[in-house]
Design a protein around this ligand. Sequence first.
Ligand SMILES: Cc1cc2nc3c(=O)[nH]c(=O)nc-3n(C[C@H](O)[C@H](O)[C@H](O)COP(=O)(O)OP(=O)(O)OC[C@H]3O[C@@H](n4cnc5c(N)ncnc54)[C@H](O)[C@@H]3O)c2cc1C
Length: 488
Amino acid sequence: MKESLLTGLAAIVGPRWVRHRRAELATYTMDGLPTHESWPGVVVIPGSRHELIDVMKALHASKTPFVARGAGTGLSGGALAEGNAVLVALTRLNHILSVDPASRRAVVEPGVVNARLSEAVLPYGLQYVPDPSSQTACTIGGNVAENAGGPHCLKAGVTTNHVTDLEIILPDGSLARLGSTHGDAWGPDLVGLFVGSEGMFGIACSITVRLEPIPPAVRTMLADFPGIRAASEAVSAIIASGIVPAALEMMDQSCVQAVEASIYAAGYPTDAAAVLLVELDGQPEGVAAEHAVVEPLLRAHGARHVLTAESAADRARLWQGRKKAFGAMGRIAPDLVVQDAVVPRSALPDVLDRISEIRDRYALHISNVFHAGDGNLHPNISFDRRNLELASRVREASREIMTVCVAAGGSITGEHGVGNDKLDYMPLIFDAETLGAMQATRRVFDPGERANPGKVVPIHACREWCASPAARGNGRQQHGSLAEVAHD
Ligand SMILES: Cc1cc2nc3c(=O)[nH]c(=O)nc-3n(C[C@H](O)[C@H](O)[C@H](O)COP(=O)(O)OP(=O)(O)OC[C@H]3O[C@@H](n4cnc5c(N)ncnc54)[C@H](O)[C@@H]3O)c2cc1C
C-alpha cells in the first residue's frame, strides 16, 4: 500500500481509523464463511458521511480498488478485499437519521445494526420487518447489498420490498440518489437494481426504509414430525391452502439436537426428524381463523404434536432457538459452511433426500435449518478447515448440492449472494451472454471496475471474455482478477 495513500486516508479520518498492521488486519480477513480468507491492503473506517465521500474521492484519485464492509456477517466471502484493495468499513456510520411514524419511514446510515432499528421504532408501534437471523450483528447497508431475507420475509417480502430510496456514493466519489421517498420514482427501478448488487455499484450511504405496524395478534406454532418428507409436504399443503404465514421455518434433527444441547435450548423435541415453526399474524379474528386451518393441516400431514406458544416469552424462546441455530452448531465442529440455495417448494422433499444422500456419500455432518416457506435451503456443513482432505470433501459436496438445486429448477443463492464463493456456480444458471450483460451493467456505475473487484460475475465465463483469445489463453488463472481481464 502506497505511503501517500495511507497518509491521505489518515488525514481524512484520523490515523486511529486507518488500520494497516498485520494484527489489525486479521479481524477483516474473513466474513461468516470460513472457507475464504484474504488480507486487505488497508482498512479505513470513516466516521461521517463527509469522511466517507472524501475517502472515496481519494481512492478514485489514486485508482485504488475498494470493498465496502458492514458487520462482516456475509456468507459468501463478499466483504473480503485482497491485494491492494482498501476495505471501507462502515460500522461507525451507525446513526438512525430520522424516523417519521406518520409516513412510516426511517432514514438510516449504512452501519446501523438491523435489530437496533426495530428497537428504535418500537415506541411508535412500528417495526422493520426483514429479520435475518444475524440481525443482532448485521448492518442495514449489508442487508441492502445482499438483498437479505429472514424468517419473517415470507409474507412481507425481502429487503428490496422495504427500501424506498437510497443515497449512494459512486466509485468516483460523486453522489447519486435512487428512488423516491414519496412514491414510485420515474423511470427504471434503480433501487431494485442496487439492492442485491453486492457492493459492485458503489456504497449505500443513506437508506430510506419502510416501517410496518406491529401486528395486533400473533400465533406461533411448533410442530414436530417423524419424517422430513412429511414436514416438507406439510409446508406445501399450508401454502396450497391459500394461507401465507408470517414465517414458516424448518429444522432437521441434527439442527434441533445442536440447539437443544446449547444455551439456546428452546424445548424442541430431540427425537423428531424435523420441526416446523409456523407463525401467523394479523388481526385477531383472521389469525384465529387461519390457526383453525393450519393446525389440523399439520396434524393431517403427520405432525406428532402441535404446540402453540402461550405467552410472549414462549414465543421468544421458540424463535431464539431458530435464530441462534447456526451459533449452536459451533458445538458440532469448529467451522461451519452455511450453504444457501433456493428450490421450488414442491421440490423440497426430493431435494432434501438428495442432500442426505450427498451427506452420506461424502461422510459429512450436514444440518438443515431453513426458510421452508420460500424453498430457501441452508444445508450447513460442520467441519474443521485445518483438515484439508475434509475441506476438499466439503467443497465437492457443496458443488453437488448446488447442482441438485439447479436441476430441480432452483437457484444457487436465495439470500446470501454470490460473493467470491459462488463465482464458479454462476454458469450453472446464466449463459455467457447474460453474464456479459451483468458486467456491462456494472460498468455503468463503475467504469473503472474498482468496486468489489473479482466478485459475483465470473469474468472468464462472460461472452466478451470468451471472445478474446488473449483472455482465453490465460484461462482460469485470471479468475477473480477483474481489472486485468477487462483490459485484455
Ligand atoms: C449466524 C448468521 C445468520 C444469518 N442469517 C441470515 C438470514 O436469515 N438471512 C440473510 O439474508 N442472511 C443471513 N446471514 C448472512 C448475512 O448476515 C447477511 O448477508 C447480511 O446482509 C450481511 O450484512 P453485513 O453488514 O454483515 O455485511 P457484510 O458481510 O459486511 O457485507 C456483505 C456484502 O455487502 C457489501 N456491503 C456492505 N455494506 C455495504 C454498503 N453500505 N453499500 C454497498 N455494499 C455494501 C459488502 O461489500 C459485501 O459484498 C446470516 C449470517 C450469519 C453469520
